[in-house]
Ligand binder design. Structure first.
Ligand code: A3P
Length: 341
Protein backbone atom coordinates (compact mmCIF):
# COMPACT_ATOMS: atom_id res chain seq x y z
CA UNK A 1 0.00 0.00 0.00
CA UNK A 2 1.43 3.35 -1.12
CA UNK A 3 1.65 5.94 1.68
CA UNK A 4 1.13 9.64 1.15
CA UNK A 5 1.04 12.11 4.09
CA UNK A 6 -2.61 12.78 5.03
CA UNK A 7 -2.12 16.54 5.21
CA UNK A 8 -1.36 16.56 1.46
CA UNK A 9 -4.79 15.11 0.69
CA UNK A 10 -6.75 17.61 2.78
CA UNK A 11 -6.32 20.68 0.61
CA UNK A 12 -8.45 20.34 -2.53
CA UNK A 13 -8.19 23.22 -4.99
CA UNK A 14 -10.56 26.02 -4.00
CA UNK A 15 -11.99 28.90 -6.00
CA UNK A 16 -10.54 32.39 -5.42
CA UNK A 17 -13.83 33.38 -3.74
CA UNK A 18 -13.67 30.44 -1.30
CA UNK A 19 -10.06 31.22 -0.41
CA UNK A 20 -11.03 34.88 0.17
CA UNK A 21 -13.88 33.69 2.45
CA UNK A 22 -11.41 31.53 4.41
CA UNK A 23 -9.03 34.48 4.68
CA UNK A 24 -11.83 36.64 6.15
CA UNK A 25 -12.51 33.93 8.75
CA UNK A 26 -8.81 33.85 9.75
CA UNK A 27 -8.64 37.66 9.81
CA UNK A 28 -11.45 37.48 12.39
CA UNK A 29 -9.28 35.14 14.50
CA UNK A 30 -6.30 37.50 14.21
CA UNK A 31 -8.45 40.47 15.24
CA UNK A 32 -9.59 38.56 18.31
CA UNK A 33 -6.01 37.44 19.07
CA UNK A 34 -4.75 41.02 18.96
CA UNK A 35 -7.17 41.92 21.78
CA UNK A 36 -6.08 39.07 24.11
CA UNK A 37 -3.59 39.34 27.02
CA UNK A 38 -0.04 38.52 26.01
CA UNK A 39 3.26 37.63 27.65
CA UNK A 40 6.89 37.31 26.58
CA UNK A 41 7.32 34.16 24.49
CA UNK A 42 10.02 31.49 24.55
CA UNK A 43 11.01 32.44 21.03
CA UNK A 44 10.56 35.82 19.36
CA UNK A 45 6.76 35.56 19.11
CA UNK A 46 4.74 36.42 22.19
CA UNK A 47 2.39 34.07 24.01
CA UNK A 48 -1.33 34.88 24.02
CA UNK A 49 -3.82 33.84 26.70
CA UNK A 50 -6.95 32.16 25.33
CA UNK A 51 -9.52 30.26 27.39
CA UNK A 52 -7.07 30.04 30.31
CA UNK A 53 -4.09 28.69 28.30
CA UNK A 54 -1.07 30.27 26.59
CA UNK A 55 -0.60 29.88 22.84
CA UNK A 56 2.10 30.96 20.41
CA UNK A 57 -0.13 33.48 18.66
CA UNK A 58 0.00 33.03 14.91
CA UNK A 59 1.46 29.53 14.85
CA UNK A 60 -1.00 27.74 17.03
CA UNK A 61 -3.83 29.96 18.19
CA UNK A 62 -5.48 30.86 14.91
CA UNK A 63 -5.20 27.17 14.04
CA UNK A 64 -6.78 26.18 17.35
CA UNK A 65 -9.64 28.62 16.78
CA UNK A 66 -10.21 27.17 13.31
CA UNK A 67 -10.21 23.63 14.77
CA UNK A 68 -12.83 24.70 17.31
CA UNK A 69 -15.02 26.16 14.58
CA UNK A 70 -14.48 23.79 11.65
CA UNK A 71 -13.18 20.36 12.68
CA UNK A 72 -15.83 17.62 12.71
CA UNK A 73 -14.79 14.46 14.53
CA UNK A 74 -15.84 10.97 13.52
CA UNK A 75 -16.46 8.27 16.15
CA UNK A 76 -13.68 6.26 14.49
CA UNK A 77 -11.09 9.04 14.81
CA UNK A 78 -7.99 8.55 16.95
CA UNK A 79 -6.66 11.66 18.64
CA UNK A 80 -3.30 11.88 20.36
CA UNK A 81 -3.16 14.74 22.86
CA UNK A 82 -0.13 16.02 24.73
CA UNK A 83 1.76 18.89 26.22
CA UNK A 84 4.60 19.72 23.81
CA UNK A 85 7.85 17.85 24.56
CA UNK A 86 6.11 14.99 26.34
CA UNK A 87 6.84 12.33 23.73
CA UNK A 88 4.34 13.30 21.01
CA UNK A 89 6.65 12.33 18.13
CA UNK A 90 7.30 8.90 19.65
CA UNK A 91 3.63 8.20 20.42
CA UNK A 92 2.61 9.32 16.94
CA UNK A 93 5.00 6.75 15.50
CA UNK A 94 3.71 4.01 17.83
CA UNK A 95 0.03 4.69 17.05
CA UNK A 96 0.68 4.85 13.31
CA UNK A 97 2.65 1.60 13.43
CA UNK A 98 -0.03 -0.20 15.50
CA UNK A 99 -2.91 0.83 13.24
CA UNK A 100 -1.03 0.09 10.01
CA UNK A 101 0.81 -3.05 11.05
CA UNK A 102 -0.80 -5.21 8.39
CA UNK A 103 -0.59 -2.55 5.65
CA UNK A 104 3.19 -2.18 5.51
CA UNK A 105 6.23 -4.36 5.71
CA UNK A 106 8.62 -3.41 8.53
CA UNK A 107 11.55 -3.25 6.08
CA UNK A 108 9.88 -0.72 3.77
CA UNK A 109 7.71 1.05 6.33
CA UNK A 110 6.56 4.69 5.80
CA UNK A 111 8.14 5.58 9.16
CA UNK A 112 11.54 4.79 7.63
CA UNK A 113 11.17 7.64 5.15
CA UNK A 114 8.61 9.99 6.76
CA UNK A 115 8.79 11.93 10.00
CA UNK A 116 6.01 10.80 12.40
CA UNK A 117 4.52 14.32 12.19
CA UNK A 118 3.85 13.71 8.48
CA UNK A 119 2.09 10.44 9.30
CA UNK A 120 -0.11 11.87 12.07
CA UNK A 121 -0.84 15.57 11.47
CA UNK A 122 -1.32 17.97 14.37
CA UNK A 123 -4.70 19.63 13.86
CA UNK A 124 -3.90 23.22 14.80
CA UNK A 125 -0.37 23.46 13.40
CA UNK A 126 -0.28 21.07 10.42
CA UNK A 127 -3.82 21.27 9.09
CA UNK A 128 -5.63 24.42 10.30
CA UNK A 129 -2.69 26.78 10.87
CA UNK A 130 -3.38 29.00 7.84
CA UNK A 131 -5.82 29.35 4.96
CA UNK A 132 -7.20 27.61 2.98
CA UNK A 133 -9.32 25.76 5.53
CA UNK A 134 -8.61 22.03 5.00
CA UNK A 135 -11.12 19.32 4.27
CA UNK A 136 -10.12 16.26 6.36
CA UNK A 137 -13.44 14.62 5.41
CA UNK A 138 -11.59 13.22 2.40
CA UNK A 139 -9.43 10.98 4.63
CA UNK A 140 -10.48 7.35 5.11
CA UNK A 141 -11.23 5.99 8.61
CA UNK A 142 -9.61 5.55 11.00
CA UNK A 143 -8.19 9.07 10.79
CA UNK A 144 -5.19 9.75 13.04
CA UNK A 145 -4.65 13.27 14.36
CA UNK A 146 -2.90 14.92 17.24
CA UNK A 147 -3.39 18.17 19.13
CA UNK A 148 -1.96 20.15 22.03
CA UNK A 149 -5.29 21.96 22.58
CA UNK A 150 -6.31 21.57 26.27
CA UNK A 151 -9.25 19.27 27.01
CA UNK A 152 -11.51 22.14 28.08
CA UNK A 153 -10.98 23.87 24.71
CA UNK A 154 -11.53 20.85 22.46
CA UNK A 155 -14.46 21.30 20.08
CA UNK A 156 -17.65 19.60 21.19
CA UNK A 157 -17.55 17.46 18.07
CA UNK A 158 -14.54 15.70 19.66
CA UNK A 159 -15.65 15.56 23.31
CA UNK A 160 -19.19 14.46 22.41
CA UNK A 161 -18.06 11.85 19.89
CA UNK A 162 -16.90 8.40 20.84
CA UNK A 163 -13.48 8.87 19.28
CA UNK A 164 -10.48 7.41 21.09
CA UNK A 165 -8.12 9.83 22.82
CA UNK A 166 -4.62 8.96 23.98
CA UNK A 167 -2.89 11.47 26.22
CA UNK A 168 0.86 11.31 26.67
CA UNK A 169 2.39 13.32 29.49
CA UNK A 170 5.83 13.62 31.05
CA UNK A 171 7.56 14.81 34.20
CA UNK A 172 7.37 18.64 34.15
CA UNK A 173 11.11 19.02 34.84
CA UNK A 174 11.99 17.02 31.71
CA UNK A 175 9.31 18.89 29.73
CA UNK A 176 10.86 22.20 30.78
CA UNK A 177 14.39 21.16 29.80
CA UNK A 178 13.28 19.57 26.55
CA UNK A 179 11.30 22.69 25.63
CA UNK A 180 14.11 25.03 26.54
CA UNK A 181 16.49 23.22 24.17
CA UNK A 182 13.81 23.05 21.46
CA UNK A 183 12.92 26.76 21.76
CA UNK A 184 16.55 27.81 21.53
CA UNK A 185 17.15 25.56 18.54
CA UNK A 186 14.17 27.14 16.83
CA UNK A 187 15.24 30.61 17.83
CA UNK A 188 18.75 30.15 16.48
CA UNK A 189 17.28 29.06 13.15
CA UNK A 190 14.31 31.44 12.78
CA UNK A 191 15.74 34.66 14.11
CA UNK A 192 19.50 34.69 14.56
CA UNK A 193 19.51 38.27 15.92
CA UNK A 194 17.16 37.46 18.77
CA UNK A 195 19.07 36.40 21.91
CA UNK A 196 18.66 32.83 23.16
CA UNK A 197 16.47 32.32 26.21
CA UNK A 198 18.46 31.77 29.42
CA UNK A 199 17.33 28.71 31.41
CA UNK A 200 16.55 30.88 34.43
CA UNK A 201 14.04 32.85 32.35
CA UNK A 202 12.49 29.73 30.78
CA UNK A 203 12.12 28.34 34.30
CA UNK A 204 10.35 31.49 35.55
CA UNK A 205 7.97 31.51 32.58
CA UNK A 206 7.24 27.77 32.90
CA UNK A 207 6.55 28.01 36.65
CA UNK A 208 4.12 30.87 36.24
CA UNK A 209 2.32 28.85 33.59
CA UNK A 210 3.49 30.84 30.56
CA UNK A 211 4.68 28.02 28.33
CA UNK A 212 3.10 27.04 25.01
CA UNK A 213 -0.30 25.40 25.80
CA UNK A 214 0.47 25.93 29.50
CA UNK A 215 0.05 26.14 32.39
CA UNK A 216 1.58 22.68 32.03
CA UNK A 217 -0.17 21.43 35.20
CA UNK A 218 -3.64 22.60 34.14
CA UNK A 219 -3.24 21.05 30.68
CA UNK A 220 -2.22 17.69 32.13
CA UNK A 221 -4.90 17.75 34.84
CA UNK A 222 -7.64 18.44 32.28
CA UNK A 223 -6.84 15.22 30.43
CA UNK A 224 -6.14 13.28 33.63
CA UNK A 225 -9.59 14.09 35.07
CA UNK A 226 -11.29 13.36 31.75
CA UNK A 227 -9.49 9.98 31.57
CA UNK A 228 -10.79 9.09 35.04
CA UNK A 229 -14.31 10.04 34.03
CA UNK A 230 -14.30 8.31 30.61
CA UNK A 231 -11.60 5.60 30.81
CA UNK A 232 -13.07 3.70 27.88
CA UNK A 233 -12.52 6.76 25.66
CA UNK A 234 -9.37 8.37 27.05
CA UNK A 235 -6.13 6.52 27.79
CA UNK A 236 -3.62 8.45 29.91
CA UNK A 237 0.00 7.43 29.39
CA UNK A 238 3.28 8.66 30.87
CA UNK A 239 6.53 8.97 28.90
CA UNK A 240 8.31 7.43 31.89
CA UNK A 241 5.91 4.44 31.80
CA UNK A 242 6.54 3.92 28.09
CA UNK A 243 10.29 4.04 28.65
CA UNK A 244 10.19 1.74 31.67
CA UNK A 245 7.70 -0.83 30.45
CA UNK A 246 7.33 -0.45 26.69
CA UNK A 247 5.97 -3.94 26.00
CA UNK A 248 2.96 -3.76 28.31
CA UNK A 249 2.30 -0.09 27.46
CA UNK A 250 2.21 -0.88 23.75
CA UNK A 251 -0.25 -3.73 24.33
CA UNK A 252 -2.45 -1.46 26.43
CA UNK A 253 -2.29 1.21 23.75
CA UNK A 254 -3.24 -1.25 21.00
CA UNK A 255 -6.18 -2.53 23.05
CA UNK A 256 -7.41 0.98 23.72
CA UNK A 257 -7.25 1.81 20.02
CA UNK A 258 -9.34 -1.26 19.24
CA UNK A 259 -6.41 -3.00 17.52
CA UNK A 260 -5.26 -5.55 20.15
CA UNK A 261 -2.37 -7.88 19.34
CA UNK A 262 -3.38 -11.48 18.75
CA UNK A 263 -1.49 -14.29 20.45
CA UNK A 264 -0.09 -15.22 17.06
CA UNK A 265 1.21 -11.69 16.51
CA UNK A 266 2.82 -11.70 19.93
CA UNK A 267 4.50 -15.03 19.12
CA UNK A 268 5.73 -13.59 15.81
CA UNK A 269 7.35 -10.70 17.67
CA UNK A 270 5.14 -7.97 16.16
CA UNK A 271 5.13 -5.97 19.43
CA UNK A 272 8.95 -5.94 19.51
CA UNK A 273 9.12 -5.05 15.81
CA UNK A 274 6.95 -1.97 16.42
CA UNK A 275 8.96 -0.97 19.48
CA UNK A 276 12.23 -1.33 17.56
CA UNK A 277 10.91 0.57 14.54
CA UNK A 278 9.80 3.46 16.78
CA UNK A 279 12.72 3.44 19.20
CA UNK A 280 14.66 6.67 19.72
CA UNK A 281 17.81 4.99 18.42
CA UNK A 282 16.16 3.84 15.20
CA UNK A 283 14.05 6.91 14.36
CA UNK A 284 16.74 9.45 15.23
CA UNK A 285 19.29 7.69 13.02
CA UNK A 286 17.15 7.77 9.86
CA UNK A 287 18.04 10.27 7.15
CA UNK A 288 14.57 11.85 7.26
CA UNK A 289 15.01 12.57 10.97
CA UNK A 290 18.67 13.55 11.17
CA UNK A 291 19.41 15.38 7.93
CA UNK A 292 19.28 19.13 8.72
CA UNK A 293 17.78 19.77 5.30
CA UNK A 294 14.65 17.75 6.07
CA UNK A 295 12.20 20.31 7.36
CA UNK A 296 8.54 19.90 8.33
CA UNK A 297 5.73 22.29 7.41
CA UNK A 298 6.32 24.50 10.46
CA UNK A 299 9.76 25.29 9.13
CA UNK A 300 11.26 23.19 11.93
CA UNK A 301 13.97 20.64 11.16
CA UNK A 302 12.72 17.10 11.75
CA UNK A 303 15.88 16.48 13.76
CA UNK A 304 14.74 19.04 16.37
CA UNK A 305 12.22 16.48 17.64
CA UNK A 306 15.00 14.11 18.68
CA UNK A 307 17.47 15.17 21.34
CA UNK A 308 18.34 12.69 24.11
CA UNK A 309 15.14 10.72 24.60
CA UNK A 310 15.93 9.95 28.24
CA UNK A 311 14.16 10.15 31.57
CA UNK A 312 15.66 12.55 34.10
CA UNK A 313 17.93 14.78 31.98
CA UNK A 314 16.67 17.67 34.16
CA UNK A 315 19.21 16.54 36.77
CA UNK A 316 21.97 17.83 34.49
CA UNK A 317 20.49 21.31 34.18
CA UNK A 318 18.28 22.41 37.10
CA UNK A 319 19.66 23.76 40.38
CA UNK A 320 18.49 22.31 43.72
CA UNK A 321 16.37 25.46 44.29
CA UNK A 322 14.72 25.13 40.89
CA UNK A 323 13.93 21.48 41.57
CA UNK A 324 12.45 22.25 44.96
CA UNK A 325 10.32 25.06 43.52
CA UNK A 326 8.93 23.08 40.60
CA UNK A 327 8.30 20.00 42.78
CA UNK A 328 6.35 22.15 45.22
CA UNK A 329 4.14 23.50 42.42
CA UNK A 330 3.58 19.97 41.12
CA UNK A 331 2.59 18.69 44.57
CA UNK A 332 0.22 21.59 45.14
CA UNK A 333 -1.38 21.43 41.71
CA UNK A 334 -1.78 17.63 41.62
CA UNK A 335 -2.74 17.31 45.29
CA UNK A 336 -5.73 15.01 45.68
CA UNK A 337 -5.91 14.20 41.96
CA UNK A 338 -4.15 10.82 42.20
CA UNK A 339 -1.57 12.00 39.66
CA UNK A 340 2.09 12.27 40.57
CA UNK A 341 5.60 12.09 39.12
P1 A3P B 1 14.35 15.27 25.00
O1 A3P B 1 14.46 16.70 24.57
O2 A3P B 1 14.31 15.14 26.51
O3 A3P B 1 15.38 14.41 24.41
P2 A3P B 1 7.72 15.85 21.54
O4 A3P B 1 7.73 14.79 20.53
O5 A3P B 1 6.46 15.89 22.36
O6 A3P B 1 8.07 17.17 20.95
O7 A3P B 1 8.83 15.47 22.61
C1 A3P B 1 10.19 15.51 22.26
C2 A3P B 1 10.95 14.69 23.28
O8 A3P B 1 10.73 13.30 23.03
C3 A3P B 1 12.44 14.93 23.17
O9 A3P B 1 12.95 14.72 24.50
C4 A3P B 1 12.85 13.81 22.23
O10 A3P B 1 14.21 13.49 22.26
C5 A3P B 1 11.99 12.67 22.73
N1 A3P B 1 11.77 11.62 21.74
C6 A3P B 1 11.56 11.75 20.41
N2 A3P B 1 11.41 10.57 19.84
C7 A3P B 1 11.53 9.63 20.80
C8 A3P B 1 11.49 8.19 20.82
N3 A3P B 1 11.30 7.50 19.70
N4 A3P B 1 11.64 7.58 22.00
C9 A3P B 1 11.85 8.27 23.13
N5 A3P B 1 11.90 9.63 23.18
C10 A3P B 1 11.74 10.31 22.03
Amino acid sequence: MEFSPPSKKCFPTKSKEDVADDERVYQGYRDLISSLPNEKGWISESLVLYQGFWYVSTISLQGAMAVQQHFKARPTDILLTSTPKSGTTWTKALIFAIINRTNYDFTTHPLLIHNPHDCVPTLETNLYRTTPIPNPDVLPSPRLFSTHIPYSSLPESITASNCRIIHICRNPKDVLISFWFFANKLQAKLNKDHPLLPLEEAFQLFCKGASPYGPYWDQVLGYWKASLEWPERILFLKYEGLKGNPFSCLKKLAEHLGYPFSLEEEEQGVVEKILNLCSFENLSSLDVNKNPEKVGNLGVENSAFYRKGQVGDWENHLTAEMVEHIDRITEQKFHGSGLSF
